[in-house]
Design a protein around this ligand. Structure first.
Ligand code: PLP
Length: 334
């Protein structure tokens, strides 16, 4: 590659050595039903089996381990209601550090108690994610806590990239890899790992029609804001940050395409995961399967690897989707 990117294969291999033994090497299994449907071998990387229920533990663990002992002793901090918050709480605790996780008052009690259970100091402030982020910046300035953001950070991207190393090891001839994309930490890291080993592999990012920040930013040629709307793929919500430093450039250079999915397609992906593969996945984790079922990956180069990225879905919502609801977050016409 001609331009040098902020995270390289050497960084990802170093991350793999650093986190080795601390995380689960998740299973990689063939899907008989999807292989039959697509006419090529389809393998599923069951990363939703990772501790804390998502791949985010890879990036969080690598970031915490990359700190100096003195920084670890001061503690780490992030604003997150979701999988990054869980992962950072778990990673910090495992390394004898303390994570402070800031959230707004609107976050449901079950999410708060879950992150607290993982050992974090949870701070409830304000009425929006922006106010939670202001509290993070205040504590960084006042107490010297170290902020670990969910995606736009070289050590986080390198950690997520370790998933790409496992995939190309498990499927060395992969023709196509399907990756859920939001802020692009997973996409940047996995694509960097796979393209370093096999440059011809097509890497396709997937996200929901409702709020595709990375795709809109590609179109604009720079990071742009998109309106946040409720979706089954809630873990893919949020922007990429207007001052994005790492993931926009990397995803722009390394992803071959970004494909958008409707709520009904994501729901069908979750149902297929459950009924055919016996796997419970959240909406964000089902977008790869959804894209194959919907026929949205054209001229598929096999074999195909699909990342199932997380399983942290409200189980009542999951049951409703299994029973046939296609758009639980349907927006009422104004
Ligand atoms: C965070 C997350 C994603 C998207 O990862 P990015 O690095 O933000 O692109 C996908 N799936 C799940 C389950 C997640 O938690």
């Amino acid at each position: 590659m001609s331009v040098s990117l902020p995270v390289t294969i050497d960084d990802i291999e170093a991350a793999a050595r650093r986190i080795s033994g601390r995380l689960l090497r998740t299973p990689f299994v063939a899907s008989a039903s999807l292989s039959k449907l697509c006419g090529v071998t389809v393998g599923l990387k069951l990363e939703h089996h990772q501790a804390t229920g998502s791949f985010k533990l890879r990036g969080a663990t690598n970031a915490v381990l990359s700190l100096s002992a003195e920084e670890r002793a001061r503690g780490v901090i992030a604003a997150s209601t979701g999988n990054h918050g869980r992962a950072l709480a778990h990673a910090a605790k495992a390394e004898g550090s303390l994570a402070t996780i800031c959230m707004s008052r609107l976050v449901p009690e079950n999410k708060v108690s879950e992150i607290r259970r993982l050992g974090a100091d949870v701070r409830i402030v304000g009425k929006s994610q922006d106010e939670a982020q202001e509290e993070v910046e205040r504590l960084v300035a006042e107490k010297g806590l170290v902020m670990i953001p969910p995606f736009d950070h070289p050590a986080v991207v390198a950690g997520q990239g370790t998933l790409g190393l496992e995939i190309i090891d498990e499927m060395p001839d992969a023709g196509t890899v399907l990756i859920p994309v939001s802020g692009g930490g997973l996409g940047a890291g996995v694509a960097a790992a796979i393209k370093a080993r096999k440059p011809t592999t097509r890497i396709i990012g997937l996200t929901m029609e409702r709020g595709a920040a990375m795709k809109a930013s590609f179109a604009a040629g720079k990071p742009v804001l998109v309106e946040e709307r409720p979706s089954l793929a809630d873990s893919l919500g949020g922007g990429i940050g207007l001052d994005n430093r790492v993931t926009f450039q990397m995803c722009h250079a390394l992803l071959d395409d970004i494909v958008l999915l409707t709520e009904a397609e994501i729901a069908a992906g979750m149902r297929h995961a459950y009924r055919q593969e016996r796997e419970i996945v959240e909406g964000a984790g089902a977008v790869g399967i959804a894209a194959l079922l919907a026929g949205k990956i054209k001229n598929i180069d096999g074999p195909v690897a699909v990342i199932l990225s997380g399983r942290n879905v409200d189980m009542d919502l999951h049951l409703r989707v299994m029973n046939g609801e296609t758009d639980p977050f349907r927006e009422e016409a104004a």
